[in-house]
Design a protein around this ligand. Sequence first.
Ligand SMILES: [Zn+2]
Length: 207
Amino acid sequence: MSKLPGCGHDEADEDALRGKMPVPDDVQEAIRTLLRWAGDDPTREGLRDTPKRVARAWAEYCQGFQEDPAIHLSRTFEEVGGYDEIVVLKDIPFQSHCEHHMAPITGKAAIAYLPKNRVVGISKLARVLHGYARRLQIQERLTAEVAQCIWDHLQPEGVAVVIEAQHGCMTGRGVRTPGVGMVTSRLHGCFLADSRSRKEVMSLMGY
Ligand SMILES: [Zn+2]
């Protein structure tokens, strides 16, 4: 397996991850149509296998449609050793795609909760984020879905989610404003109801 020049693409890695996932002809044809419409020639050598690669890449970008992120919160620990303070996971990198342009959304999230008897392994919070991010999204809904999932399934005293992201549809097209980030937040429970708790959690998350 060879490395394709110029795009950091490693076929061996991709095959290991996605297997030889079959791509239906109509899906490949749709991508050829798009290539043609964009002004290129889908029959030229460099683009010959692109429809298959694009289709497999999209299966991966949208993998979250195949899973229920709540599953990551099903195993909780009730023995928290008397710990009754806020748990924070910061700077969690993620990638998603906007549902309006199918362009990349790249950013980082901070997720915090104040446990009520139950905690989860810290990596599970990132898995919940990725489960919702690997779909076609808007940032506002991604933020709300992550917060709601933790609120419903961990039933903590409070949840806070802050997401900061750049949108490919803004930086690479349209108004072309590289470096502009969008910040969204969603709060539940004590972080919503009590301004002191809110200040505390926001400062722990770095805001
Ligand atoms: Zn967009």
